[in-house]
Design a protein. Structure first.
Lengths: 386, 386
DNA sequence: TTGTAAGCGTTATCAC
DNA sequence: GTGATAACGCTTACAA
């Protein structure tokens, strides 16, 4: 075990510890700007010079063991009809040569697949997606498949590229959180036998399995809860309202207002708040209104956090509900009421369905809608000021 | 766009909205227990009945276009020497047949690799690892590689299985956050040419690149900060102290105490708090001590959150510092002082190094130690009660 | 129990 | 420019 010496420690003290002007969580790029040249590089001891050896094949093993290639194959695949003696001999050679079967070749011969499934999401760094991926992975492992994850970054073009790259690699199946609108480009591939399942958002122009969330129902429940508390001016902060999930949540907002006999006040609706900056600006705009909202509904975890950051920094007493639960929602100064659901379970169900398809389930494409649950903490219990 | 009807909404109201006895963030399994039978399944419209078509090969394309297999290959790979006319003809056939090159076969022929890299981590649902994965993926994409992520769940056995599965699939390179202790099993594979890089923890019995964090330096800085505030009874809550990261943080704790002329009080040291439950129990134990600590140092993000959950639920005024920054650390009732670093950058650097190795960089194995930064918020400024 | 030969879908070599 | 033909490392079918 090697530790960095005391000099490192004093470096840290001088360079960082005193600096406390920084506040707030800085997850990505902006962090290293002032720190990266402090990267310390320590060369390790020695290095194996000679390399360039070729990877041994079954043929090599066969020759070294004095048996045929096929016998090696039998041993490797644990087929029964091999003498204990030859098996032992072959296994020894395998060990000494460091042989490892090439599954690329194996899969090429056996079927069309790579015992790998592909998952296309927006951004693995978002907890929603990392939980989703966790669920998928746990199921994939049960079926002896590995998981290739690729980020589309909400870019339809990139989504297509990634899907194509996965298909080239002959993934056994595909799980997609769609970024683009038109997915008809997948029809031919699906006809050829690759099962595809959509997550979180349904496909357009494609008849395919989808695991969705009850965005509309959950949001309607949340709105009703706010309305029951007496709120009439409710701000809405959402991302792209043309995305399915956003659309459902916005529709629920509108419908709830209408059902309660309230008109829509355009000034209270904020669209396109896809990143933290835009969401924060939207909140500031709402607060500056002659008649600011008495409550705010945010349509996703990222947006919620941005909104709350502003709300907590002001003295305004505004009720809040957000879609998606998030870690620490219950630990904030005012615990946050959320529309919760289970991303891990969503990933699991999608993966299970994928493997069912892979194993020959030919039933018609399904639409599974997972339930949401209003978790009432404190932020929604703030009453409207009169 | 299809929305769930009003009946769904009332379901939600009755089944969930009223239920508010639940508090706290429930990320995984325990959530669905009471909700899963509410899963609604809606069968979709119709279904393409006939399938079973075989995937077209270059040979099929060649026959349909009346050219040789090799010519198709030339077109697919955009090699120069093809007439515009034949190129067009072949491309049309490719489109009409929905042909897609099988990269399994291509890779088999070309080299040993699958233009895929493998990443083995503890748990993708942990923000530390999902940020790390994000960094790796962004670099991999630049190099036209896809990323296979697999979770070891801290289990050395599973780690080995996963590594083996990745190697069987002929990943171009391997990024590992090691769970096990002995990694000599990788030597033969590395000699055969697969570059391997360790993240967060160095390998044992293996001379290989590693990207690490300055656990010791960061922790020492944190301890000094607490000691300067006058704290003398500082509780330590950590996971497995035999893991490299844990060991470095514990060593810094001990050393700092010693350097300040303080003895170690065994009662204040809590080891093996790997999950939230154990960490919480540890805090309760500390609080119940005849002389409880006036400050606590937690050695990871998960532990920090568990500790804070307890601390915030009591009236004890205890200072706190945690290793790893986390989202919302600055928004809690008492903003949390942390030892921050950049997981995304760690992933990026590891991936860059991996590709350098892949491109023939033969320099001796490196140990890169990334800096940490003490971000002082409020939790560390609580003075010891006299 | 063991071995031979063909073939998976591509690319590489070298003719034409 | 284009096309045979032989690999790549393995499995399948069938023979010995």
């Amino acid at each position: 075990m090697t530790f960095i010496g005391r000099d490192t420690i004093s470096n840290c003290l001088e360079d960082y510890a005193v600096n406390s002007e920084h506040k707030g969580f800085r997850p990505l790029e902006d962090f290293m700007a002032d720190a990266e040249d402090n990267t310390q590089s320590i060369a390790a001891d020695q290095h194996d010079a000679e390399s360039g050896k070729l990877r041994p094949t079954m043929q090599d093993v066969a020759e070294a063991a004095g048996v045929s290639l096929k016998t090696v194959s039998r041993v490797v695949n644990k087929e029964p009809s091999v003498t204990e003696a030859t098996r032992k001999r072959v296994e020894d050679v395998i060990k000494s040569l460091g042989f490892r079967r090439n599954d690329l070749a194996r899969n090429l011969r056996q079927g069309q697949t790579s015992s790998t499934i592909g998952l296309v999401i927006e951004d693995i760094a978002n907890p929603f997606y990392s939980q989703l991926a966790h669920g998928v992975e746990s199921v994939a492992r049960r079926y002896n498949h590995m998981l290739i994850i690729s980020n589309s970054g909400e870019d339809p073009l990139r989504e297509r590229e990634q899907v194509n790259a996965l298909l080239l690699r002959r993934v056994s199946g595909l799980l997609i959180v769609p970024a683009g609108a038109d997915h008809s480009y997948l029809t031919s591939e699906m006809r050829l036998g690759t099962p595809v399942i959509f997550l979180d958002r349904p496909p357009e122009n494609l008849n395919v399995d989808a695991i969705l969330l009850d965005s509309y129902g959950g949001s309607y429940t949340a709105m009703e809860h706010l309305l029951r508390q007496g709120h009439r001016r409710i701000g809405l902060i959402c991302g792209d309202p043309s995305v399915h999930t956003g659309a459902g949540r916005v529709a629920a907002y509108r419908r709830a207002m209408t059902d309660w006999g309230l008109g829509l006040i355009e000034d209270l609706l904020c669209f396109g708040c896809d990143d933290a900056i835009k969401a924060e600006q939207a909140v500031y705009r709402l607060l500056a209104l002659p008649q600011p909202p008495t409550a705010i509904f945010a349509t996703s975890n990222r947006i919620s956090i941005a909104v709350l950051r502003v709300l907590f920094s002001t003295t305004h007493k505004i009720a809040f509900i957000g879609f998606d639960d998030f870690e620490m929602a219950d630990m904030l100064p005012i615990p946050v009421t959320v529309i919760a659901h289970n991303p891990t379970e969503m990933g699991r169900q999608a993966a299970e369905l994928l493997f069912a398809r892979l194993h020959g389930d030919e039933s018609p494409p399904q639409r599974i809608v997972l339930p949401t649950k209003l978790i009432i903490r404190s932020s929604s219990e703030i009453k409207p000021e009169r």
